[in-house]
Design a protein around this ligand. Structure first.
Ligand code: HEM
Length: 376
């Protein structure tokens, strides 16, 4: 096979994954400096085996910026960080706590746009709504969402700089210090952070709150935007959804399968190990391509097609195993509420295809621009 570039993998990884997978379920990709797991079956195996494929490794830089958290630990330490949060993310409780909030906030965001007659919905709706939801989740409702977004961007920027081998930029610790004061105020209140503060130290509450920002902003912006993208680009889907909101749940699952907002998750091998015919050495980077697993023809018939009536294997957009996304129910509720609000508030919406740009991104994938018009 010819050399694969990061650019190609950013723009359209799917045909490359299919070609690689046809040769072998695990491939070394020089441009990524790691092994890429391409089959759903092996992806599940690797995600479930945290003893062999760990996140607890100096190759990860997130912990250097925000401190150790559930995202950067394995084994008993991981459970120590994650367990106190688990109850808050159960579906029944989330429905009680968030259903009205999500419906009202999404409707308000759509109403703000209504009189304009046009909008770019990724930056104008998908992103701001994702920030609203995380702020509400963390009990940071007195913080300006724009400030929260700036803190988030500074922390992500610091992680990215460290990963590229650069020094820590001063904006990283400054943003973490600012977040610390917001977290301390929320932990003194009555919400989720105050409850977990009974078990976790101040530093542990902070690092996990930071991880919720990572977990809930970029990814849910991506999921919101991808779901809107399919709603507006799949032939006939908009009319079906306007008639019957019950299809929104399946629509969101197909958006998650075809363009998982976190397209890959990374692990490091703790020992020499053979997987899928590949000889992985201790400390090698092992990239689980959720995007590739979700289009594995062994699990999904006509894997590149959007189908509302899929049965059988589930997609792995939220990962599996000990690090399975703790926010997955909330993520789905958020996106369904947003689609519902768009259908109710802007029923004559149309994609402006000249100004729209489809899914792109190497790690976090999302449509770059979902430009739309409607009759105000
Ligand atoms: C309100 C929204 C969300 C919140 C609060 C959230 C939070 C989190 C947290 C805290 C983790 C770390 C769990 C652990 O390591 O034990 C996690 C993992 C993960 N989340 Fe989410 N998440 C949200 C939405 C999403 C969305 C929309 C996606 C993708 C479509 C996503 C994909 C993932 C994946 C793939 C992992 C596994 C990471 C890994 O194993 O390396 N999440 N999430």
């Amino acid at each position: 096979m010819v050399e694969i570039t990061r650019q190609q993998l950013t723009e359209d990884p799917h045909p490359i994954h299919a070609e690689l997978r046809a040769e072998s379920p695990v491939a070394w990709v020089e441009a990524l400096g790691g092994w890429v797991v391409l089959s759903r079956e092996l992806a599940v195996e690797v995600m479930r085996d945290a003893a062999t494929f760990t996140v607890d490794h100096p190759g990860f830089t997130t912990a250097q910026v925000v401190g150790p958290s559930m995202l950067s630990l394995d084994g008993p330490e991981h459970r120590h960080h994650r367990d106190p949060f688990v109850n808050f993310f159960r579906l029944a409780g989330l429905r009680r706590r968030f259903a009205d909030y999500l419906a009202d906030t999404a409707a308000a965001r759509v109403t703000e746009l209504r009189s304009r007659g046009f909008a770019e919905l990724r930056m104008g709706l998908a992103g701001p709504f994702a920030v609203d939801v995380v702020a509400e989740l963390l009990g940071m409702i007195d913080v300006d969402p724009l400030e929260l977004l700036t803190l988030y961007r500074d922390i992500v920027g610091a992680v990215t700089d460290l990963s590229a081998g650069n020094a820590m930029p001063s904006s990283g610790p400054a943003a973490v210090a600012e977040l610390r004061s917001h977290v301390a105020r929320a932990a003194a209140g009555t919400g989720m952070l105050s409850a977990v503060a009974e078990t976790l130290t101040g530093d542990e509450v902070l690092s996990n709150a930071a991880v919720m920002l990572f977990g809930g902003i970029e990814t849910n912006e991506g999921l919101n935007a991808a779901a809107l993208w399919y709603l507006l680009t799949e032939p006939g889907l908009l009319s079906i959804a306007l008639e019957n909101r019950d299809v929104l749940a399946s629509l969101v699952e197909e958006a998650l399968r075809l363009e998982p907002a976190a397209a890959r998750i990374d692990r490091f091998a703790t020992r020499d190990v053979d997987i899928g015919g590949a000889s992985v050495a201790k400390d090698d980077l092992v990239i689980i391509s959720l995007a590739a697993a979700n289009r594995d023809p062994a699990s999904f018939a006509a894997p590149d097609e959007f189908r509302l009536d899929r049965r059988g294997d589930a997609h792995v957009a939220f990962a599996l195993g000990p690090h399975v996304c703790i926010g997955q129910h909330l993520a789905r509720m958020e996106t369904i509420a947003l689609l519902d609000a768009v259908l109710s508030g802007l029923p004559e919406i149309r994609l402006d295809s000249r100004r729209s740009v489809g899914p792109t991104g190497l790690v976090f994938r999302k449509p770059a621009a979902v430009a739309v018009t409607w009759q105000p």
